[in-house]
Every structure is written in C-alpha cells, then in structure tokens.
Design a protein around this ligand. Structure first.
Ligand code: GLU
Length: 296
C-alpha cells in the first residue's frame, strides 16, 4: 500500500441475531484505531444467511450502531446483493482446478469418519472443531463431477487444500498489528493446511464466510481488518484465498473477546444480553465500556 493512501477499516457484523457487547467492543476498537490513523471506516452487512438475516434485524443493528455512536462512510455493502462477485471467484477457482463439489451431508461425514477410525483413533478436526472432509470427490474426473452435479444433488464447493498449497510461492504470512501501535506489525505464519478442504460455497448459497470476506475486503479496498481473536485462525484461509485469487492483503488486528459472567465467549445463539436490551435498561453509550469483561 502506498504510504499516501488513507487507511480503510471496516466493521462487518452478521445481522442474523441481535448485536451484543462483543460487537460493541469490536466496533469501538475499529473506530478508535481508525480515528488514530485518520482512516475511513466502512460498514459491511455479512448477510449471506438469507433465512436468519431478516430486515428487522438489519434495522435493529443499524439502530444499535447509531446509538453507540459508530459512524461509517457511504452505503453499507450488503453481501446478499453481491452474490455475482462470489460466483465469479468460484468460477476462477474451478477453472484453476482448485475446488470440487462435495456431496457428503453432515451425517454422511460423521458416518464416514466413524468408518475410517478405530475405537482409540481421533479423526483430525479444523480449528472450528469440524472433522476434516473424509470424502474422495477431489479425486473424481471433471466428467464424473459434472455427471453427479447434473442430478441436482445438494453439495458444497470445497477447496482442494493439497492442490491449493502447491500453488503457494513460499511461506505464507500476514501482518498482525497492535491496537496501541497500529504503525507497527509482526509477521504471523499462516497455516491454512489445518483447515483441510474448507467449504467455499454451497448449492443453496454461492459463498461461505471465508470466500465472501476475502473478496469483499479486496473490493472495498480495506487496508486494516480489526476483528475478534476468534477469527485469528481463519486468517490463514483468507491469506491463502488472496494468493489464489490475486487479491491484495490487508493488515490484521485480532482483539480480545468480551466474555460473559460465566467465562464463555458471548454469542447470539446463547441469548447473551443484546445492546438493545442494555439500551432499554437505561445503559448510556458512554457507559458501555463498564460492561466489557475479558478473560484474565
Ligand atoms: N461477520 C463476522 C461476525 O459477525 C465478522 C467477520 C470479520 O470481521 O471478518 O462475526
């Protein structure tokens, strides 16, 4: 990045549930670092899950952010309006022989893993805890893939990790910067192999989080990604996709996670206290930081 270019940040929540304190913290860290660096902050709605992301939740999210004092430049980018961008990238990866259609359902995967492991053996899992893909479709010819695809069977598009790793020039790094000192960063070695044949799209959704976030950070010319440390390992996949698709690489800062009173990471699905509930209970934005708890 030329030194004259103003830094570009983005906050990228998924409006598939109410925002909670963890989102507030992430948005505020983004905003603080962005202000320190005289940057621009963008908002992106990661709404690829069209069943869970409702217009009401989107509106509530925008209201919560406005209440919190978070500002952004321009119109938020909604991923659901850009499926063509992700399809195009998938097409590039398919022409390069780097993805394949995978037909095993979740329960098929469980059964295949059980069949392939002995009683005391553990099947490797990715950093999110999902078993590495046990199917063998990556070895199928293109004709066989096309023949099965023509039957309209449900499938995922998976990255052929072994083939992808062979395209890498050398060791893969990303730059991780500190919140207090964004001008300085350290190199982190990316380890995409631990993810195995990661899912990049499904027959009913033309992208996964990994593909969409990588493409959007590039299309929105994001130079600094600030997000929770739960996505630290995922950065390895994003770095790999950047190389495979010829996209630029932002710098990254993965911040601590806000935890609940029981020590768990906050989550929408666990029904953790929403910003809306705090707001309705009289908490004012200036006091929100008093409600952040971090692991010791
Ligand atoms: N949409 C993701 C989330 O809400 C964040 C993605 C990112 O910042 O890369 O957890």
């Amino acid at each position: 990045m030329p030194s004259s270019a103003p830094p570009v940040f983005r906050f990228a929540p998924s409006p598939n549930g109410a925002l909670h304190l963890g989102h507030a913290y992430s948005a505020l860290v983004n905003q603080n670092i962005c202000a320190k660096m005289n940057g621009t902050c963008l908002l992106r709605l990661e709404d690829i899950d069209q069943t869970r992301c409702t217009p009401e939740l989107v509106q509530q999210m925008l209201d919560d952010l406005t209440w919190l004092g978070i500002g952004w430049q321009g119109k938020p980018r909604r991923q659901s309006e850009h499926f063509a961008d992700y399809r195009q990238a998938l097409q590039v990866l398919r022409s390069d022989g780097l993805i394949y259609p995978a037909f095993l359902s979740r329960s098929d995967i469980r059964r295949a893993v059980a069949a392939k492991t002995g009683p005391d053996e553990a099947w490797p899992c990715d950093p999110d805890g999902s078993p590495l893909y046990p199917g063998d479709e990556r070895t199928w010819s293109q004709d066989k893939q096309d023949a099965v695809l023509s039957k309209n069977q449900k499938h995922s598009w998976r990255l052929d990790m072994t083939a992808a790793l062979q395209r890498l020039p050398d060791k893969l790094y990303w730059q991780e910067f500190e919140e207090g000192d964004p001008a300085h960063s350290r190199n982190v070695i990316a380890r995409p192999a631990v993810w195995g044949d990661v899912v990049l799209a499904r027959s009913d959704t033309p992208t996964s989080y990994h593909l969409a976030v990588t493409i959007d950070d590039a299309l929105q010319k994001v130079t600094h990604v600030v997000r929770g440390s739960d996505l630290y390992q995922a950065t390895s996949v994003h770095r790999l996709l950047q190389v495979l698709l010829g996209l630029p690489t932002p710098q990254y800062h993965h911040h601590d996670l806000v935890i609940g009173s029981d020590g768990r990471k906050l989550s929408k699905s666990n029904g953790d206290v929403s910003l809306r509930a705090l707001r309705h209970n009289g908490v004012v934005p200036g006091d929100i930081a008093k409600h952040f708890t971090f692991a010791a």
